[in-house]
Ligand binder design. Structure first.
Ligand SMILES: Nc1ncnc2c1ncn2[C@@H]1O[C@H](COP(=O)(O)OP(=O)(O)OP(=O)(O)O)[C@@H](O)[C@H]1O
Ligand SMILES: [Mg+2]
Length: 374
């Protein structure tokens, strides 16, 4: 491990020496920030960006792909990572969360008068351009229908998309955005908590780690939780996390509606599921965060091949992950949301007895304390 030898030219943190030279910046994020300051570009966000050095490096190696989709669950940081990654590159940003007419949104962003595919192809045919399609999940079919002819007709155009679900167009490369590493999640919580309460002392690192692990290390959930330090001590906040869907409800005023609360962020995905997908999500809610296929099949009162297809749809929509070890994993916040919907009597329901079967608990490192297979 490299010894600290100097200070970062951007943020002043300790830097290490690399094999070839002393590092001028402590991270890729700081290197990019310094670059932006040099070219006098407006900052992309008003609050600090934490971590993601590895992701930024990896994205750099993938930048020549025609369609690069940053994929991941609600609030994991896809849009923010895309912003940091594309800063300084003169990209055309197309925000789709509030607009499902993708052609019209692209035409507006590009300043093309006529909102038609042919007009877009005509305008971009001889151009070199990067389009960022942000928050595509509710318009994936429209995005796919636009992108294939657009990319075929415009060889100099590349697309970076952010979505909870793949666009499924030829040539698409998927880049999975994972929750922050625990250390970075804690850093983000401390940063936002101190901004909400200047001078706040947070010295119990075990409690902070447990809090961030139970919030699935998701930046959105962490930012929403950090708002509460003005009314709840951190241990108290941790103790109340079973009620997070009620508690985490004060987003930035300027944020999109679905980022005003954790419930709204997950509902944005849930409301777009088919009735059967919603049913399976509710059936999975009593299970622990990590379970095998046999347990999933037993939890859902549907034929096995149907359940398999529905599990696969939930994985594609970032509501479930499938690990290499053949296990399914569910974020604690998603499980709590599924329980809430089941108790709310969404049809067809899950027996209340099942819902009590396994309490939704994870340890400080994100590990489950009880599994249904045990
Ligand atoms: N690495 C990070 N450092 C600091 N803040 C972050 C980081 N990643 C995300 N955030 C913040 O967390 C919040 C949610 O992030 P973001 O909007 O990028 O999530 P998302 O994955 O695009 O969510 P959605 O699926 O709803 O579109 C934002 O306020 C964002 O600025
Ligand atoms: Mg987003």
């Amino acid at each position: 491990m490299a010894e600290p030898v100097g200070t970062c030219a951007n943020c002043g943190a300790a830097t290490a020496t690399s094999r070839r030279k002393h590092a001028r910046y402590c991270s890729n994020a700081c290197r990019q920030r310094a670059y932006r300051q040099r070219v006098n570009e407006p900052v992309t966000a008003l609050d600090s960006f934490i971590g993601r050095d590895d992701e930024l490096s990896c994205l750099t190696t993938l930048r020549d792909n025609r369609v690069l989709t940053l994929i991941g669950p609600a609030g994991v940081g896809k849009t923010r990572l895309a912003k940091e990654f594309t800063a300084g590159q003169g990209v055309v940003w197309v925000e789709l969360a509030s607009e499902s007419n993708v052609v019209r949104a692209c035409a507006t962003a590009l300043g093309v008068g006529e909102p038609a595919l042919s007009a877009l192809v005509c305008a971009l045919a001889d151009q070199t351009a990067v389009l960022v399609l942000d928050n595509c999940e509710h318009a994936v079919a429209e995005c796919a229908a636009l992108l294939e002819p657009l990319l075929l007709g415009c060889p100099g155009v590349r697309v970076i998309a952010t979505s909870r679900e793949p666009l499924r167009v030829p040539g698409e490369v998927l880049f999975a955005v994972r929750p922050l590493p625990l250390r970075r999640a804690v850093e983000l919580f401390a940063d936002r908590a101190r901004a909400n309460q200047l001078g706040l002392r947070i010295d119990n690192s075990e409690v902070l780690a447990a809090l961030c692990a139970r919030l699935d290390r998701l930046p959105l959930a962490i930012e929403l939780a950090a708002r509460l330090v003005t009314v709840l001590p951190v241990p108290e906040l941790l103790a109340r996390l079973d009620d997070r869907l009620e508690l985490l409800n004060r987003g930035n005023r300027t944020a999109a509606e679905r980022h005003q609360s954790l419930r709204a962020a997950i509902a944005w995905s849930y409301d777009r599921l088919s009735a059967d997908e919603q049913h399976v999500l509710r059936c999975l809610a009593p299970l622990p965060g990590d379970f095998g296929l046999d347990v999933a099949l037993a939890a859902c009162d549907l034929p096995a091949d149907r359940v398999l297809a529905l599990l696969s749809a939930l994985v594609a929509k970032s509501l479930l992950t499938f690990s290499g070890a053949g296990r399914f994993e569910q974020l604690e916040s998603v499980r709590l949301y599924g329980r809430e919907r089941a108790f709310a009597g969404d049809q067809p329901g899950v027996p209340a007895a099942n819902l009590e079967a396994v309490p939704p608990r994870v340890g400080p490192r994100g590990e489950t304390t009880k599994t249904a297979d045990q």
